[in-house]
Write a protein that binds this ligand. Structure first.
Ligand code: NAP
Length: 243
């Protein structure tokens, strides 16, 4: 089996993806920003499944930190075969009241972080002539959302990055795809006001919020040979929210 690097895997969707890929037999590197204790718990759960797993904190928005982390991972585990760019944040606010820092922080982590990891890990995968990259976009990157110009722009950017990287790396056998989740239960959505949650639920055809495992199952499919002929795609996993 392969070596999977999952960014933002200390909790939520990233942790579910790490557990799922470990369950399928991949060694896993569990990245986080600062919650190393939580990332270590996820690593322990993965090791209990019989694979190698490490927790590592670095800021995906920091190019030099990504470079150093990937070099360490290569030395310890080998070239990653799966990269999941899942780390992400929200700093919501209305357009005319949004500060420059609110905009920049979200773009830096969600979009530039995805660029940093895709470019650096993609270079390693190109030399190895194998690998697959999965980027977490969002349904709001497709539809837009009031109060989230920064987040929606970052997630629309991730779609453009995914499609372009797929075209550049495809000839070397590397597939690049994105997942666009809808409303998934996690710390990110837990902080939303009840009326916002109710309004989102009302828009969902399947009449329930998604679970992190709903996304992890799709990530595992995209990472697998069952998806060997899929690249440059955005899989919307939103229970019919954007339909
Ligand atoms: P979450 O529960 O808030 O977890 C965010 C994760 O990202 C944490 O592991 C956090 O690490 C990590 N992180 C944040 N900034 C980072 C940085 N600079 N460098 C490295 N790691 C960083 O989020 P989630 O709901 O699971 O979302 C995961 C992804 O799915 C995000 O990209 C999000 O935009 C996307 N998404 C989520 C939803 C949803 O409804 N939840 C919908 C659409 C898309 P620490 O624990 O150390 O802070």
């Amino acid at each position: 089996m392969g070596i999977a690097v999952i960014t933002g895997a200390s909790r939520g969707i990233g942790a579910a993806i790490a557990r799922k890929l470990a369950h399928e037999g991949h060694d896993v590197v569990i990245n986080c920003a600062s919650n190393v204790d939580k990332a270590e718990v996820v690593a322990q759960e993965c090791r209990a499944l019989g694979v190698r797993a490490v927790a590592k904190a670095w800021d995906v928005a920091d190019h030099a930190a990504c470079d150093a982390a990937l070099k360490e991972i290569k030395a310890e585990f080998g070239v990653p075969t799966i990269l999941v760019n899942n780390a992400g944040i929200t700093k919501d606010g209305l357009l005319v009241r949004m500060s420059e820092a609110q905009f920049d922080d979200v773009i830096r982590i969600n979009l530039k972080g995805t660029f940093n990891m895709t470019a650096l890990c993609g270079a390693m995968m190109m030399r190895a002539k194998t690998g697959t990259i999965i980027n977490l976009s969002s349904i709001v990157g497709v539809t837009g959302n009031a109060g989230q110009v920064n987040y929606a722009a970052s997630k629309a950017g991730v779609i453009g990055l995914t499609k372009s990287a797929a075209k550049e790396l495809g000839a070397r056998g590397i597939r690049v795809n994105a997942i666009a989740p809808g409303y998934i239960e996690s710390d990110m959505t837990d902080v939303l006001p009840d009326e916002v949650k109710a309004a989102m639920l009302n828009q969902i055809t399947l009449k329930r919020a998604g679970k992190p495992e709903d996304i992890a199952n799709v990530a595992a499919f995209l990472a697998s040979d069952a998806a060997a002929y899929i690249t440059g795609q955005v899989l919307v996993v939103d229970g019919g929210m954007g339909a």
